[in-house]
Write a protein that binds this ligand. Structure first.
Ligand SMILES: C[S@@+](CC[C@H](N)C(=O)[O-])C[C@H]1O[C@@H](n2cnc3c(N)ncnc32)[C@H](O)[C@@H]1O
Length: 404
């Protein structure tokens, strides 16, 4: 058995764990003895996990294969030296050490081990605290990961490294961004796309499409294109639509992709008038979630909330109730209309971010949650709450639904 360690993104550990499990399931890799401890997810498989499978996980994880265990920190340098002799081949030019305990990087242990090993390992040293190592660099680098969980030190060899922080920064390469509209982080978008599929992306045909009916700046579509899928995006607002087109064109030409991307300026509550006879195999989307909120401070030093569009009017419970009513109407119309373009019994998945609101100790959720049957969807997994510091009023939750 081969033990693989996944370092899950802390933004939502249950969501990232579900992504790993679903992707492995789709690739027919059976896992046994899963252990989850903070963001450490350790599983056993009877064969190494292929690079194409790991690659799908994008920035969700780093992965490492277990090569040994120790019960004390003192035993680690000797173990590393033994394994170094076994594993090092002439193509390896660099080495690295990264020690990790529970959920934290251990700089002291990492440094201490590095100092000891630099004397015997005559290769240049790579500091993993620096941003990403691509797969080509990883081929020439032997990185030992030490994970201290409970009473065991796991000695692992790094097999995939794309820290989620670096993945988050993918936005910087887009020509068009609209932070006020609440862009979904790339890492979450990648997870949503992975969870929206029923099989590995390479098994879909070029005229089968993933749909994002509220495409915004195109983050979800970009992640789907990156996985080799054809996509359809709908965006209602002209400025956003122009930006969306710019982002998708840029991504396709920058990566020399041949995938199809069809973009429509239009209203998703009238989806069936826009998309005709196209095979939609998955839907992943973050619809409009209501206005963005800000805090202000009054003369007495007390904080209160306003909406960005009405900065002089304090937010009230009534305003939130009205917003919930309007959002429920929008989503209901869209979901009902979308049914018309999804084949019945197709088991097409719909991965959607929906908001809940938390205001003055009260929680508000949409009236359509728990009523999926009305729309001919069943809840498959979720909701998963995504951590976000930006806005205290709104919380984003991911639902994975299946077309009945
Ligand atoms: C939360 S944003 C999507 C953000 C996107 N995931 C991203 O990362 O850029 C929602 C988008 O839906 C668009 N929108 C709102 N109502 C719509 C409708 N009825 N039909 C299509 N698009 C709509 C908004 O203009 C906005 O760009």
């Amino acid at each position: 058995m081969i033990k693989t360690w996944f370092h899950l993104s802390p933004t939502s550990i249950p969501l990232a764990q579900t992504e790993v499990e679903e992707v492995l399931l789709q690739h027919k890799i059976k896992i046994t003895n899963p252990i989850l401890h903070f963001s450490n997810f350790i599983i056993e498989t009877d064969q190494p996990i292929p690079a194409v499978t790991i690659n799908r996980l994008g920035g969700t994880v780093w992965t490492a294969e277990q090569i040994d265990t120790a019960h004390t920190a003192d035993a680690i340098p000797r173990l590393i030296q033994t394994h170094f002799k076994k594993l090092a081949d002439p193509s390896i030019k660099k080495f690295g050490i990264f020690a990790y305990a529970n959920d934290h990087y251990q700089p002291d242990l990492s440094q201490q081990l590095t100092q000891q090993l630099k004397q015997t390992i005559k290769l240049s040293y790579i500091n993993l605290k620096r941003p990403r190592l691509n797969s080509r660099q990883l081929k020439h680098t032997l990185v030992f990961i030490i994970v201290h969980l409970k009473n065991t030190f796991y000695l692992l060899k790094l097999t995939w490294y794309y820290p989620w922080e670096a993945y988050m920064r993918k936005d910087k390469h887009k020509p068009f961004v609209q932070p006020a509209e609440g862009m979904v982080p790339h890492k979450i978008a990648r997870i949503m796309v992975n969870l929206s599929l029923n099989q590995p992306p390479n098994l879909y045909l070029t005229d089968q499409y993933l749909l994002d009916p509220f495409a915004g700046s195109g983050t979800i579509l970009i992640e789907a294109l990156d996985l080799g899928l054809s996509v359809i995006g709908i965006e209602k607002h002209p400025t956003s639509f122009a930006g969306l087109k710019q982002n998708i064109d840029h991504f396709i030409s920058h990566h020399n992709l041949t995938n199809k991307a069809i973009l429509y300026p239009g209203d998703s509550t009238k989806l069936n008038k826009i998309i005709e006879e196209k095979t939609i195999i998955a839907v992943a989307t973050e619809p409009y979630l209501g206005p963005s909120f800000r805090t202000k401070t009054n003369r007495a030093g007390k904080q209160y909330y306003v909406t960005a569009s009405q900065p002089n009017t304090p937010l009230t419970h009534q305003a939130i109730e009205r917003m919930i009513f309007n959002l429920t109407k929008l989503y209901s119309k869209w979901l009902k209309n979308q049914l018309k373009i999804l084949k019945p019994k197709s088991k097409t998945r719909l991965v959607v971010i929906l908001p809940t609101f938390h205001f003055h100790n009260r929680f508000y959720s949409l009236n359509l949650i728990d009523k999926w049957g009305v729309f001919d969807y069943t809840l498959y997994k979720g909701p998963f709450t995504i951590k976000s510091q930006r806005d205290l009023v709104i919380r984003r939750q991911i639902y994975i639904l299946i077309r009945k």
